[in-house]
Design a protein around this ligand. Structure first.
Ligand code: SF4
Length: 329
């Protein structure tokens, strides 16, 4: 199917300023550093990694909530990194976001009815208030809420219900791509499953493409088709989710998988555990060569000298690690 997102050499650097009276730029935090990937329609593409790896900044830069330092983001064939605010409007509709914390994303002073009708009227999706109201009721039904909820305020709902409202609002404008930024991590496990089911149902019914941002590898595996593992601003391993998680090559991916629980104890036994030692190095002073070398149990001579290129493990699996040569591929 068609490629609807193409991210090419995306960079987002934040300057580090020092000095009191005269500020001087002393360096950059390279939050996103040369990230490239494609996403096809109706795919769920997961960006995973520890906090600070750059996954959220990648998503925000793609949405143009923050301006990229360099690189291209093509959405439905158009490079949106060059667009003005006004030119971005139609893309704002096409790309929605559901955050981890629905409390922060729903205005507490607005009723659910106002929250849902506002974007419909703003984007001229409906013409009259009556139409907006009817459409909003329909959206509430879609996410499993009732028409009488229209007059209530966000604080009158549970966490799961608030997330349903956030989903209804995201769907209201007819998006093609939805960014899911840790959308279930603030919820109880039982509620998590219901929300994940909703995502899957809407993907099927509305042909949605998802960018799923998470540190939860089991969930990423469950809901996505492809995955990119990020470390200190770069993608270190990427590909078909089953290939990457069943046959990880990068020691960092292996370590993340060791840390995430597996439901099947047989798999657990076969899996060689790599325990991460040391903390994530500062993104301000990243290690030389492969950024992972200070924590890597497989470090070789070359590893601290030059950053490894992204190379193919197979057609659907890429990795940036010198071990790929040793694997005989
Ligand atoms: Fe470890 Fe070297 Fe691979 Fe980096 S390139 S992950 S240091 S083996």
């Amino acid at each position: 199917s068609e490629t609807i997102i193409r991210v090419q050499n995306l960079k987002k650097y934040f300057p580090i300023m020092k000095g009191f009276l005269v500020k001087k730029r002393v360096g950059d935090v390279k939050a996103v550093d040369d990230v490239s990937f494609d996403v096809k329609r109706k795919e769920t593409f997961a960006l995973v990694g520890e906090s600070g790896c750059g996954k959220t900044t990648t998503a925000r830069t793609m949405l143009k909530l923050i301006e990229p330092t360099e690189g291209k983001v093509e959405i439905l064939g158009e490079d949106i990194s060059q667009l003005t605010r006004k030119e971005m409007l139609p893309f704002r509709r096409k790309m929605q976001i559901v955050f981890q914390n629905p409390i922060g994303s729903l205005n507490p002073r607005m009723t659910i009815g106002q929250i849902l009708t506002e974007p419909l009227l703003f984007h001229n999706i409906v013409k009259t208030n009556k139409e907006a109201y009817e459409r909003a009721v329909e959206l509430l039904r879609m996410v499993g809420l009732k028409p009488y909820h229209m007059d209530r305020y966000p604080h009158q709902f549970s966490g799961g219900q608030k997330q349903r409202i956030a989903i209804a609002r995201a769907l209201s404008v007819g998006p093609e791509i939805i960014f899911l930024d840790e959308p279930t991590s603030a919820l109880d496990v039982s509620v998590q499953a219901q929300i994940v089911n909703l995502f899957q149902r809407f993907q099927e019914e509305l042909n949605l493409t998802y960018i799923f941002i998470s540190h939860d590898l089991s969930l990423a595996r469950f809901i996505s088709n492809r995955v990119a593992v990020m470390y200190l601003g770069r993608i270190v391993e990427m590909g078909d989710v089953n290939e990457v998680f069943d046959h990880p090559v990068h020691p960092y991916t292996k370590a993340l998988l060791s840390a995430s629980p597996v439901p099947d104890p047989k798999v657990e036994k076969q899996r060689k555990r790599i325990i991460l030692t040391g903390s994530v190095p500062s993104p301000i002073a990243r290690p030389s060569g492969c950024f992972f070398h200070p924590r890597c149990p497989y470090k070789m001579n070359i590893c601290d000298k030059e950053y490894p290129k992204m190379s193919n493990v197979s057609e659907n699996h890429q990795v940036a690690c010198y071990l790929v040569e040793k694997e005989g591929v």
